[in-house]
Design a protein around this ligand. Structure first.
Ligand SMILES: Nc1ncnc2c1ncn2[C@@H]1O[C@H](COP(=O)(O)OS(=O)(=O)O)[C@@H](OP(=O)(O)O)[C@H]1O
Ligand SMILES: Nc1ncnc2c1ncn2[C@@H]1O[C@H](COP(=O)(O)OP(=O)(O)O)[C@@H](O)[C@H]1O
Length: 242
């Protein structure tokens, strides 16, 4: 069924961002196979991302936090999300620990499971960003290849890799969950940074340091502010240009 935009206009429901869309038209590509799925089609005709972004006065982006356990990914992502919400922005926060309670509860910490963990979250974050939402993603995501795969799936310029460059000595000093202690004692195998690798980003958009060059510790609020300024400077906090 097609719904004419003039109908909404009569009801006083039409918003400026949508006024140029007109009647809905949908097209479908021919069927093809992808991965294990056969005879599937791509459905065109969704409301364009730009129209949604105009409504929210922001631009969709994936802000991908990567770093060791205890580096502050969740704390800074959470602080940033609050700051964005306070300025009226629409956000989503996908956090490793939380997602492993549900969507990814069938995955462990083998290399294959970590790869699948990141692949799924990459796809979810792409869906959010394509809806115009500022999407904060906080996973150790230790393997460069997996992070690069997500980058290649997200629209160009809409993937911001944030490297929490915190030395393992500081992470271990914090150790809020006691996991480093367990791993050092040999009671937890395959722990990132101890007996499982962490591959540093080679070209991240943002590097968040734990200390200033003078050795002063940097607070989560200051770290979140650095990111807020970056997002603002790249135009993610205003709507698309007309
Ligand atoms: N073996 C091992 N290695 C690393 N981390 C472990 C492990 N076992 C459990 N945990 C806890 O799981 C959290 C990391 O989950 P992620 O989904 O972010 O990991 S990954 O991206 O798939 O590597 C991580 O949370 P954060 O400390 O918030 O990073 C740990 O609490
Ligand atoms: N900039 C910071 N300065 C001091 N402590 C911090 C900072 N960022 C995070 N923390 C603390 O470090 C610990 C680990 O932070 P968390 O956000 O859970 O890390 P991650 O999500 O990377 O595992 C927490 O106890 C948190 O309060």
């Amino acid at each position: 069924m097609q719904v004419s935009s003039s109908l909404f206009s009569k009801l006083g429901l039409l918003r400026p961002a949508f006024s140029s869309l007109g009647a809905v038209s949908r097209s479908m590509s021919t069927a093809y196979d992808i991965g294990a799925s056969t005879n599937i089609k791509w459905h065109e005709g969704a409301v364009p991302t730009e129209a949604k972004e105009a409504c929210m006065q922001q631009r969709g982006v994936v802000v991908w936090f990567t770093g060791l356990s205890g580096s502050g990914k969740s704390t800074v992502a959470c602080t940033l999300e609050h700051a964005l919400a306070e300025s009226g922005k629409v956000t989503a926060l996908l956090d490793g620990d939380n997602i492993r309670h549900g969507l990814n509860s069938n995955l462990g910490f083998s290399a294959t499971d970590r790869e699948e963990n990141i692949r799924r979250i990459g796809e979810v974050s792409k869906l959010f960003a394509d809806t115009g939402i500022i999407t904060l993603v906080s996973f150790i995501s230790p393997y460069r290849k997996d992070r690069d795969n997500v980058r290649s799936r997200v629209n160009p310029g809409r993937f911001v890799e944030v490297y929490m460059k915190v030395p393992i000595s500081i992470c271990e000093e914090r150790d809020p969950k006691g996991l480093y202690k367990k791993a050092r004692a040999g009671k937890l195998k395959g722990f990132t940074g101890i007996d499982d690798p962490y591959e540093e980003p080679t070209n991240p958009e943002v590097v968040i340091e734990a200390e200033t060059p003078e050795g002063k510790r940097i607070s989560p609020q200051e770290q979140a502010l650095q990111l807020l300024e970056f997002l603002k400077s790249k135009g993610f906090l205003t709507g698309p240009s007309k």
